[in-house]
Design a protein around this ligand. Structure first.
Ligand SMILES: [Zn+2]
Length: 240
């Protein structure tokens, strides 16, 4: 079985002081650029979910890595985009569709620094640079707490909202907080998404359920040898 790592990033920015909650989710711009160069040097191609799909389906084989960003931080545009372009990689960034130009206010109360999200012009530049937009609900909702109607609005509504705004097909979804139920997965399928990513650890394998794809988190503490281990070995798979 062919293993396909899908990397999960959040913020690419100056790493906040130690003690800051969720600090590990921020990767410095220099570290991110190093990680992209390392993957390229190892012979991997970093791909958006749409470009990765033939590999997930088992139609194509090669050294590929999915690259994903959750939430749509402006620092992804500022710092990750140039590093991706420098090595010719593509990536999927999951947008909170009702919050263009907003902040990560869903993290309010747990002490996480509030950071700006990409605005509509940033997202357009993201697209025109060959990158992809995925959906991360309308309001970064914990789907498991919502009624059927509310969950439908967050899942199908985000797809419609992003498609109308950017004029492209939105085919990929990511469950906020990695939380979902059987119902939510059914709503993702009914809305017409092709894939959905979770926070389950592991590399994807061709033949996996495309609406429950596992990912490998890359954090502040992910050193180059550790990234290699996540991508090229069964290290992450054992933790599924
Ligand atoms: Zn998120």
């Amino acid at each position: 079985m062919v293993a396909i790592p899908i990397l999960m990033y959040h913020q690419v920015d100056t790493v906040p002081p130690s003690g800051t909650p969720l600090r590990g989710l921020t990767v410095s711009p220099a570290a991110f650029a190093r990680q992209m160069r390392l993957l390229k040097w190892l012979g991997y191609r970093g791909l958006s979910l749409t470009a990765l799909l033939p590999y997930l389906n088992g139609e194509r084989q090669g050294k590929v890595v999915g690259i994903t960003f959750d939430d749509g931080y402006l620092n992804n545009h500022t710092h990750a985009l140039p590093a991706l372009r420098a090595v010719g990689f593509s990536a999927t960034c999951y947008a909170v569709s009702a919050r263009p130009g907003g902040i990560n206010d869903w993290d309010t109360g747990i002490g996480v620094a509030q950071k700006p999200l990409m605005d509509v012009p940033h997202w357009r530049e993201w697209l025109s640079a060959g990158m992809e937009i995925g959906a991360h609900t309308r309001h970064h909702a914990d789907l498991t707490t919502l009624s059927d109607d509310e969950a439908h609005d967050e899942i199908a509504g985000a797809k419609r909202e992003l498609e109308e705004r950017y004029g492209v097909e939105i085919a990929h979804f990511c469950y906020p907080y990695g939380r979902y139920s059987v119902r939510d997965k059914a709503l993702v399928a009914a809305a017409g998404y092709t894939t959905a990513t979770t926070t389950h650890r592991g590399r994807a394998h061709s033949g996996d359920d495309p609406l429950l794809l596992p990912r490998a988190m890359v954090a502040n503490g992910t050193w180059p040898w550790h990234l290699w281990q996540k991508v090229a070995t069964a290290y992450e798979d054992k933790r599924r």
